[in-house]
Structure formats: structure tokens, C-alpha cells
Design a protein around this ligand. Structure first.
Ligand SMILES: Nc1ncnc2c1ncn2[C@@H]1O[C@H](COP(=O)(O)OP(=O)(O)OP(=O)(O)O)[C@@H](O)[C@H]1O
Length: 660
């Protein structure tokens, strides 16, 4: 055996053992999956090159169509559609189809797609996840891919992360899609059944991830009712299916192609929240019992009677806490006599009193509790806490009691999106989750180069010992920038911090607007003005994705938009998205960062770190990055656990058979 072969013989098992160890550490099912994912990420360069070549060819071909008369272009469109439908999607057909779609975009909406947008569309059509930097024009790239799939006769869902973006993106590209002979539908939460079905019947439907998933569940429930396979099934179906559907037709035509915008938000950040359709029942716990539980919980001490995992919300009663409780409820009857129920009630009440915070985890709107999404800062009117927790929070806040929701059907995004024949997607922040997207969904990443060099400056972070000092300096900075006419986004994480920022700005007399979950109705209006001269806007991370802030004329000359980061998020991707609001499309921009040593995220590093940071404040920024990577690792672990449970459940279901 040659030396080289002998070395390989030793090296391969070692490499495999290493992969297996890494797979275990990263909670991936097998070493082979882990290795395959890494090989796929390593091949990103090759895929990116191929996409670039197709993009350049399509952009050049589109320029040759510029002088064609409308009739000739329409004929070209017919030829392209015919070729796609009869011969499949060869590279040459893809180039032709992208060129035609691009030319229609130029004629109808006045935007001539760049070769990078064509390349991004080519990657999407190839079933990849495209990483295209923030502000590089993903709406048009998604439109191009949707148009080509549409011309090929496929049923396309362009999935966005919320209703607002679904409506906005569809309206932006509707003229071009319609000129291409394709119908466009928009599905949002407030649309009744018939127009909803009509929107899904369109060639291209723009829909938020939640709506498309809920409608799938509704169709499933209605089917159960219509086919009436068993007494239980028809009862459940009747409860919801009849309300969701006025006849036997399903809402959704097919789950064929999903082009998922902000794919990391949809498939990663939202993956652990199951979507469920539920019905309201009265519930077993009375309001009086909840009140007693809250009073008892208020007397419990953190660290002595209960502990709270720094990454979670639900407390765990200590032995001492349990004993104390036992003595305090000795005189009480009913649920208080049963240890399990008693502890569960007290855990929920303790969470309501000590961990769940108003304006951080939830808002009180029109006498109801509305949850806030911790990832994107938006309200989640269609999501609920589990029954005992929601009862405790409602009683604590003096809201009407909503009763217990019994789940009728549920699914996770992870399982739902795997039903599509083709999934692809795009985002500005993919690389951190590329391995996970490959392992879980089999998606490969393609990186799209920037069109123009990035002109975003970053000022070194400034560290403060507490948030009062931070807000005082942040208000000074905003005032100074406003005086020189430069617009500023003051970026925070929570509604509470947005209020503190607003108070600090008021004290300095700085005119500003606030965009947070508490003011989400005014979103479009606030965003439209955020790039104007001297505008100060306080934003939570709800402005972090898909928000296009256009600069007023003359603002670029002043240095462009400034993003003043005053609070870091748990995920580095969310921070990068917020930073991406400035320096878009070749404009200049600046990111300045103010950090407080009291930032909530630092608490998860534990007490030794606060001492270290007091001695060396300079390393605070690194400490935050470390805390973020701990959060991300935990998130990954939770998602893979959920996926395993899902798979296990699917196996059990397979053995249990159908509903008959
Ligand atoms: N081909 C084009 N020609 C001129 N302007 C364009 C073109 N494509 C996109 N734009 C403009 O670029 C800006 C950014 O586009 P868009 O919001 O789609 O970016 P994005 O990549 O989705 O950003 P984000 O990652 O922040 O969501 C918009 O104002 C859009 O009108």
C-alpha cells in the first residue's frame, strides 16, 4: 500500500469519528447527515458561480428584448411558456424565461432586474436557499422566480413572514405578473372564505407563513367533516370545518411550489411554535382559584421558593417552595388538595407574577392579552399561552377570561413546509443556519454577490454601566444627528425599552416616532417617513425584516441612514437584519452601537461574568456575542428535539392507521 493510501485509510475513520462526535454535539441525527450538510455548504461556491452565469446571460438576453414591440414580446412569452411546459426547466429555457419576465418588469413597474436578481431567481428555481444581502432587491428576485414557475404552469405560493409584507410585495409586482398573463392572489388574515379560495386559485398567491399553514389545517379539518369517516372526526370537522369552508371545495389548490421570503425566520425562528386550531371551552379552573394562586405566588421568592431557567419562562418550585405551599393551602379545598394540580397552578401563577412581563412578552389591547413575538417584535393576535398561564395573566391584568382552548388540529412549520413538491427561499441571513436548513429540509445554500460594494460604516461600540446612562447618551446622539439632518433608527428589543427611548427623546425635545408592537397599525406610514431628513424613529426588531427605508433626496450626501443599536437580540441574524436597514442599494449608512452592562441577554452568562465585565467593560460586546451563540445553540437543540418528536409521532401514527 502506498504511503498516501495508508494515510487515507487512517484519516477516513478519523474524519468519520469526528463527524459522528460533532453530529452528537449538534444534536443531528447521524454523522452522514452532518457530513452531507457540510459538504453541501462547502459546494456553495460552485452553485453560486452557476447562478451568476445564468443571471448574467438572462440580464443580457433581457436587454435584447428591450426594442421588441408589445405583440412580439407577447409571442416570445408564449414560446417560453410552451418550452417550459413541454421540455422541463433546462438552463437555456430558464435564461429565456427570466429574460422575458425581466423585460415585463421593466415595462410595467419600471424596474429593470439586475443580473444579481436574475441569479438569485435562478438559484430559487433550482430549489436552493439564496443568501442575498439586505436591501439588494429580494422582492424582485422572488417575483422573477414566481413568474418562471408560473409560466411553467406550476402553482406558486410566495410565502412572506407577515400579512403586511404579503400585501405590499404582491401589489408591487402585480402589474408585471398580470402582463405576463399570470393571475395574482393575496391571502391575509382578514379575508373571508370565498375570496380566500379565489386568491389561492391564482397562479401566484402571496400569503404569510401562518395563513398558509392555518388554511392547510382548516382544509384538513373540513375534509374530515365532509368525508365523515368517524363520529369523532365528523364532530371535530363540524366544529371548525363548516365554519372555515362554505362548501366541499378546499381553500388551497395545491402545495406545489413555496418560495419563502425571509426563509430563516419562517423555517428556523418560527419552527418551535406549533400552529394549532382550537375551540373554546369553559375550563376547569375558576377565576377565584386563579386569584388565590396569584396571591400565593406573589409571596414566593425567586431563588428560594422557585427557580427560573435563564432561557425559559416557566419556573420550577424548589422543595422548600413546595413545602411552604403545602402549609399555606392546608385550609383550602378543591384543586388545592391535589399535589400535582396545586403545583401546576402555582407554576403558572408564578410565571404570570414573576417572569411574564407586560409590554415585553404581551400587550393588553382592548381588554385582551396579545402576545408579542420575541423574534420579530410583532404582535401575534392568533397565538395564545397555554390555558392555566393565559388564565393567570388575564386575571392579573384584569382582562375578560377567554376560557380553555382545546386543540383540534396542529402542525409545525417544519412538517407543513415539507409537504410542498418544491421549496426554495431567500434571506439576507442564511449562512449561520445553512447546515440546519440542509439537515432538516434538504435545502442547499447559494450565495448571491452584492451588486455594488457595501458602504456601511460601523462605529466602535460604546459600553455603559446601566441603561439610564445609555438612554441619556443615545438621546444626545439622536439630537445631534437630527440637527445635521441625518435620519436615525433607534433600535431596541422590547416595547418597554421603546417607551424608555421615547421618554429620553421627549426630555431632550427631539421630535420622533415609535414603531413597535404597540403601534403596528401605523407601520407603513412610519416606515415611509423614516428616511426623510432629520427623522428620528424608535423601532423594535419588527422593523428588522423586509422593511425598505428609502432615503429622501440629499440624505445620502449627509451620510445616509444611521442605525443606533441600543439593545442586542438573542440571535445575531436578527441584529444583522436590523443593521441592514441602512446602506441599501449602494447608499451610504452607519451602524453605531450602545451597549449596557445590564442588558437582559448578558444575564444568561451567569454571575461570574458580571464581575468580569465590571473589571473589563471593553469585552462586553464579546460577552454579548457569546450569550447570543448560547441562545442560538439552545434554539437549534429545541428545534431538533421537536423534529424528533414529530418524526416519532409520524411513526406511531403510521402504525395506528387512518381514521376509519
Ligand atoms: N432592479 C432594480 N432597479 C432599481 N431599484 C430596485 C431594483 N430592485 C430593487 N430595487 C429597489 O431596492 C430597494 C430594496 O428592495 P427590497 O426591499 O426588495 O430589498 P430586500 O433585499 O428584500 O431587502 P431586505 O433584505 O431588507 O428585505 C427597494 O426600494 C426597491 O424598489
Amino acid at each position: 500500500m502506498s504511503d498516501a493510501l495508508a494515510t487515507m485509510d487512517l484519516a477516513l475513520p478519523r474524519a468519520f469519528a469526528h463527524s459522528r462526535r460533532m453530529a452528537q454535539e449538534r444534536e443531528v441525527d447521524s454523522a452522514v447527515t452532518w457530513m452531507a450538510a457540510h459538504l453541501s455548504v462547502a459546494a456553495t461556491g460552485l452553485r453560486s458561480r452557476k447562478a451568476r452565469l445564468i443571471g448574467e446571460a438572462a440580464a443580457a438576453r433581457a436587454r435584447t428584448l428591450a426594442d421588441l414591440a408589445a405583440d412580439a414580446l407577447a409571442e416570445r412569452r408564449m414560446e417560453v411558456a410552451l418550452a417550459l411546459r413541454s421540455g422541463g426547466m433546462s438552463n437555456a429555457d430558464m435564461v429565456d424565461a427570466l429574460a422575458v419576465a425581466g423585460e415585463y418588469a421593466r415595462r410595467t413597474i419600471g424596474l429593470e432586474p439586475y443580473s444579481q436578481q436574475m441569479a438569485c431567481a435562478a438559484a430559487l428555481i433550482g430549489g436552493c436557499v439564496a443568501e442575498m444581502d439586505t436591501g439588494e432587491g429580494k422582492t424582485i428576485a422572488a417575483f422573477l422566480a414566481a413568474a418562471v414557475f408560473g409560466l411553467a404552469g406550476r402553482c406558486v405560493h410566495v410565502v412572506t413572514s407577515n400579512d403586511y409584507l404579503a400585501g405590499r410585495d404582491a401589489e408591487q409586482v402585480r402589474p408585471a405578473l398580470e402582463a405576463l398573463g399570470l393571475t395574482v392572489g393575496v391571502v391575509t388574515g382578514d379575508i373571508p372564505v370565498s375570496p380566500r379560495r379565489a386568491a389561492y386559485a391564482a397562479d401566484i398567491a402571496y400569503v404569510s407563513s401562518k395563513e398558509v399553514c392555518f388554511d392547510y389545517l382548516r382544509d384538513g379539518l373540513a375534509d374530515t367533516f365532509i368525508t365523515g369517516r368517524s363520529a369523532l372526526a365528523s364532530k371535530l370537522g363540524r366544529l371548525l370545518g363548516a365554519a372555515a369552508r362554505d362548501d366541499a371545495e378546499p381553500l388551497q389548490r395545491a402545495l406545489d411550489v413555496a418560495i419563502i421570503d425571509e426563509i430563516d425566520s419562517v423555517l428556523i425562528d418560527e419552527a418551535t411554535t406549533p400552529l394549532l386550531i382550537s375551540t373554546n371551552t369553559k375550563g376547569d379552573i375558576s377565576e377565584a382559584t386563579a386569584r388565590q394562586a396569584l396571591e400565593l405566588a406573589a409571596g414566593l421568592e425567586r431563588g428560594i421558593d422557585f427557580t427560573v431557567d435563564p432561557h425559559g419562562l416557566m419556573p420550577t418550585l424548589t422543595l422548600r417552595g413546595e413545602r411552604r405551599l403545602e402549609q399555606e393551602v392546608a385550609e383550602l379545598t378543591g384543586p388545592w388538595r391535589v399535589r400535582l394540580i396545586r403545583n401546576e397552578l402555582l407554576r403558572a401563577a408564578t410565571a404570570a407574577v414573576h417572569t411574564l412581563r407586560r409590554d415585553h412578552h404581551y400587550l393588553v389591547r382592548d381588554g385582551k392579552i396579545v402576545l408579542i413575538d420575541q423574534q420579530n417584535g410583532r404582535t401575534m393576535p392568533d397565538r395564545y399561552l397555554n390555558h392555566s398561564l393565559s388564565l393567570m395573566v388575564e386575571v392579573k391584568e384584569g382582562c375578560a377570561i377567554s376560557g380553555e382552548r382545546k386543540s383540534l388540529a396542529s402542525i409545525s412549520f417544519q412538517r407543513f413546509f415539507r409537504n410542498y413538491a418544491t421549496i426554495c427561499g431567500l434571506s439576507g441571513t442564511v449562512r449561520e443556519v445553512a447546515v440546519e436548513l440542509h439537515t432538516v429540509y434538504g435545502l442547499r445554500m447559494t450565495r448571491i454577490a452584492r451588486r455594488l460594494p457595501l458602504r456601511r460604516d460601523a462605529a466602535p461600540p460604546i459600553v455603559f454601566s446601566d441603561r439610564t446612562q445609555l438612554w441619556s447618551r443615545a438621546a444626545d446622539k439622536a439630537q445631534a444627528l437630527q440637527a445635521r439632518g441625518q435620519p436615525v433608527l433607534v433600535a431596541v428589543r422590547t416595547v418597554t425599552e421603546a417607551k424608555r427611548a421615547s421618554e429620553a427623546l421627549h426630555e431632550r425635545g427631539v421630535i420622533h416616532r415609535v414603531l413597535s408592537a404597540a403601534q403596528d397599525e401605523a407601520e407603513a406610514d412610519i416606515i415611509a417617513g423614516a428616511g426623510a431628513r432629520g427623522t428620528v424613529t424608535v423601532v423594535t426588531n419588527m422593523a428588522g425584516r423586509g422593511t425598505d427605508i428609502r432615503l429622501e433626496a440629499g440624505v445620502a450626501e449627509l451620510g445616509g441612514l444611521v442605525v443606533l443599536m441600543c439593545e442586542r437580540n438573542e440571535s445575531r441574524r436578527v441584529d444583522r437584519q436590523l443593521m441592514g436597514r441602512c446602506a441599501r442599494q449602494g447608499d451610504p449608512g452607519l451602524v453605531a452601537e450602545f451597549i449596557s452592562q445590564r442588558d437582559a441577554i448578558l444575564q444568561m452568562l451567569g454571575p461570574p461574568w458580571s464581575k468580569i465585565l465590571r473589571a473589563w467593560p471593553r469585552i462586553t460586546s464579546h460577552a454579548i456575542t457569546r450569550a447570543q451563540s448560547i441562545c442560538e445553540r439552545r434554539g437549534r437543540h429545541d428545534r431538533l428535539q421537536l423534529l424528533r418528536r414529530d418524526r416519532q409521532l409520524a411513526k406511531v401514527m403510521a402504525f395506528a392507521g387512518g381514521l376509519d
